[in-house]
Design a protein around this ligand. Sequence first.
Ligand code: GRF
Length: 198
Amino acid sequence: MVLASGAGSNLQALIDAVGDGRLDAEIVAVIVNRRSAFALQRAASNNIATAFFGLRPYLDDHDDPAQARRRYDADLAAMVLGYRPDLVVLAGWMHLFTMGFLEYFPGRVINLHPALPGEFGGPNAIDDAWNAHLRDGLDRTGVMVHLVPDEGVDNGPVLATEAVPITPDDDRESLESRIHAAEHGLLVRAVADFLEGL
Ligand code: GRF
């Protein structure tokens, strides 16, 4: 099961790896929280079940945003449980979960993040690394896959990492494309290792 919010290039890496036998898995469904997420088209064109599940109606129905998120998370958990996944992969899922979701999948939710452990948490990791390069000469960043046990941001137990050098020839775009390429490989390997360990 893959949850995504955006372009879905990491979803595509998983789809390709299943297709050519590098990953012995079935992607039982893809859920997106943005209607425009291209991940939705990628899943549909590969005959994977899809669902759009947006937060907006929950925010409109509740005065308290925290309560809206808890209700959203509980309803999303019920939807995900319906697919009986072995693993829930957050592949560019731009939403922080409460325990109202996570408690249903202990040790079974993994997240991909475009930075190394303990560095540049949050949604602007690539910009933050690039700015650190310009400001302080940072010469490497990286990517990681980690478990999501609780509501911490990009800081659960680490499953896999890969360093990505920042070279004098880089600009922001070249760095970003190498980070994404590293993510695609790392995510496939981490999912394969996780499933093998079950
Ligand atoms: C990736 O960089 C991921 O690490 C981050 O969001 C991006 C998603 O890219 N959380 P895509 O939608 O898989 O192309």
